[in-house]
Design a protein around this ligand. Sequence first.
Ligand SMILES: Cc1cc2nc3c(=O)[nH]c(=O)nc-3n(C[C@H](O)[C@H](O)[C@H](O)COP(=O)(O)O)c2cc1C
Length: 370
Amino acid sequence: MKHTAQPLLEKYQLGDLQLKNKIVMSSLTRGRATNAELIPTPLMAEYYAQRASAGLILSEGTWVNSKSIGFINVPGIYTEQQVEGWKLVTKAVHDNGGLIFSQLGHIGSASHPDFFNGELPAGPSAINPQTRSFTPEGFKDSLTPRELTIAEIKQTIQDYKHAAKNAKQAGFDGVEVHAIVGMLIPQFLSPATNQRTDEYGGNIENRSRIVFEILDAIIEVWGSTRVSIKFTPVALSNVGIMTPDEETIPTFKYILKRLSEYNLAYLHIVGPSEDLSGTPVADLQDNYFSHFRQNYSGRLMANLGFTQESGNAILEEGTADLVSFGAPFIANPDLAERFAYNIPLSESIQETIYTGGESGYADYPKAELV
Ligand SMILES: Cc1cc2nc3c(=O)[nH]c(=O)nc-3n(C[C@H](O)[C@H](O)[C@H](O)COP(=O)(O)O)c2cc1C
């Protein structure tokens, strides 16, 4: 029997967009842009359309320029051909009554020369982030990158703006800046990977500068209420040397205070995946999302490990406005209906998460509704 009286299934006014529920599909890199030009395909349009009953879909992370690449078969949004491919996706989602934001990303130093004809990737400083890149030949360790010049940083910001314009042209409803650990922006935020001595390094204000410069550039295209940003403030695993440190909490306090003035669509915060005790961010262990709620006055989207029950609970207690789900959307295209009818969730097949073409992608069935 349908059970709609749950907070996750309530409508939500997101600026001038009305979301049909508070269930957001979080970005999922699936490596299905299997062509040299990294153009979204009709199969991707079918996959996203299947998930249009989410209140909002966030696209997989997409590259803002040819230097931002660092993972195989991930689509870009910097060429006209890529824009044409994305048009198929946005149309398919809209035709099915959904809304979709484009997630704009740059992997910075966590890439590999295999993507650049043997040339080194660039990051804030010439420091190996000690992560891994999924290259056409499999996973490879990151190397010591080249340091971005100031002119290259300014160009990168313009490339985000260009990608934001392309997202608009492609028919997206807004954009989310991809700033989870591993990507370029957190490489600037972390003193471990950013040891610059100019205005983009050193103190918190300087290390955070790029966040605001990118957002300001994108907001010129979209207006603030269609722009958002996603952070993983306390990621501990698979983040190389970019683990949380004593600067993490004050850095995010500073960023959130400034972002509170921005009137963004929302701030997307990923929760801890591990126990924070004994780490420099241990103070967030018992009050994680309420800490961000207190330090940010705009709309807050919570993520990581949510279930129907915990998603409803965080909305009910008022600690978040929206809840995003990542992994559950892989095998449950109809996640919203499954919550509405209390239908058990299907498990995804691990082998086909990032590879496999059609298999394990757009072939997960919707549940039978009784
Ligand atoms: C296969 C896979 C691919 C992902 N790709 C992205 C991505 O492109 N951009 C991003 O911000 N997060 C990405 N994530 C993280 C998810 O969006 C989400 O933050 C994370 O899975 C935690 O939410 P969950 O517990 O509901 O899965 C990915 C996660 C998975 C499992």
